[in-house]
Design a protein around this ligand. Structure first.
Ligand code: NAP
Length: 309
């Protein structure tokens, strides 16, 4: 039986929060592992352009930002483990993390930075036509819809930002929103309202996504008249919020009613030695800058926790 690799701190998730925790832990002289099942950067790596992260007045692509964050964490010694945390056991003064590959690692403290995954609408056709016109990632799939008509569902920052991105590729973009005003930031709204390719279908709920082998239309219902109509689109991009990736710690730490991890002001969870940072944590604002701030606090607090063990 090979020895279980042992770290001071194991960081679960390699998005901006996880990479920053890796940077701070490494720079603080800790042996740090960052466990990420996909590519570094998490959801951010699929964001075409970020223009509200300080230091980049011209904006930066999510992919580039993630690459830079990873390089900086690696420079200070963080080790990257390409795997998924499947289970965590609390031991005296340490944690045993079992990975999906069946490998294990041990750490004195954990930072859960596992982010969130897209919510689905739960309407007929959504599952069946996934990858055949239904998408949750405009940057990944937008190019397949060049010069075609598409719809974006949602009214938050993600929906509006990705509608603007899609307008650069597609003939038309219809934003379908269940209310008559957007939740997205004013600055994003202004850009979208000015874009001649983007139109808004207000007060509409999605009834179904229609099509045979490919999406052919989005069936929506007017909430006031209850009348249904089919928007003839070949792509439907869904941005109706996120669910936290907190399943791996659900029996170990306190979660709120939506599954977000509850922390104290030093970002420690209800389990001593387990910290949380970024979108998986209960908080008001979910931004990259906030995730990075969380991670700095969590990593420093984890280091203090380890020093007092
Ligand atoms: P969000 O802010 O939770 O917005 C979700 C949107 O989907 C809302 O407009 C909501 O409508 C709508 N919605 C929810 N359930 C729905 C359903 N079943 N059917 C139809 N519509 C539904 O999610 P998000 O836009 O993905 O943003 C998540 C977080 O990331 C936010 O904190 C956001 O600020 C942040 N973010 C920031 C940026 C940026 O700064 N550039 C970019 C992306 C995301 P209602 O408005 O009626 O509730």
């Amino acid at each position: 039986m090979p020895d279980i690799p042992t770290f001071d701190i194991a960081i679960i998730g390699g998005g901006p929060a996880g990479l920053t925790a890796g940077l701070y832990a490494g720079r603080g002289g800790l042996r740090a592992a960052v466990v990420e099942k996909l590519m570094p950067g998490g959801l951010v790596a699929n964001t075409e352009r970020i223009d509200n992260y300080p230091g980049f007045p011209e904006g930066i692509s999510g992919y580039d930002l993630a690459q830079r964050m990873q390089a900086q964490a690696a420079k200070f010694g963080a080790q990257f483990v390409s795997d998924e945390a499947a289970a965590i056991a609390i031991e005296p003064k340490s944690f045993l993390v079992r990975l999906s590959s069946k490998a294990q690692l041990r750490a004195k403290a954990l930072v859960i930075a596992s982010g969130a995954y897209p919510r689905t609408l739960g309407v007929p056709g959504e599952k069946e036509l996934l990858g055949k016109g239904v998408s949750y990632c405009a940057v990944c799939d937008g190019a397949f819809f060049k010069n075609q008509d598409v719809a974006v569902v949602g009214g938050g920052d993600s929906a509006v930002q990705e509608a603007v991105y899609l307008a650069g590729l597609c003939s038309t973009v219809t934003v379908v929103h269940r209310r008559s005003s957007l939740r997205a930031a004013e600055s994003l709204q202004r850009v979208a309202f000015r874009n001649g390719k983007i139109s808004f279908s207000w007060n509409r709920t999605v009834v179904a996504i229609e099509g045979g082998t490919q999406v052919e239309g989005l069936r929506v219902m007017d909430k006031e008249t209850m009348k249904e109509e089919v928007l003839p689109v070949s792509g439907v991009f869904i941005y109706v919020g996120y669910h936290p990736n907190s399943a791996v710690v659900k029996d170990l730490v306190q979660l709120d009613e939506n599954g977000y991890i509850v922390t104290d002001e030093n970002l420690m969870t209800s389990a001593p030695g387990i910290f949380a940072a970024g979108d998986v944590r209960r908080k008001l604002v979910r931004q990259i800058s906030g995730a990075v701030g969380d991670a700095a606090t969590a990593a420093v607090a984890a280091q203090q926790y380890i020093e007092n063990l």
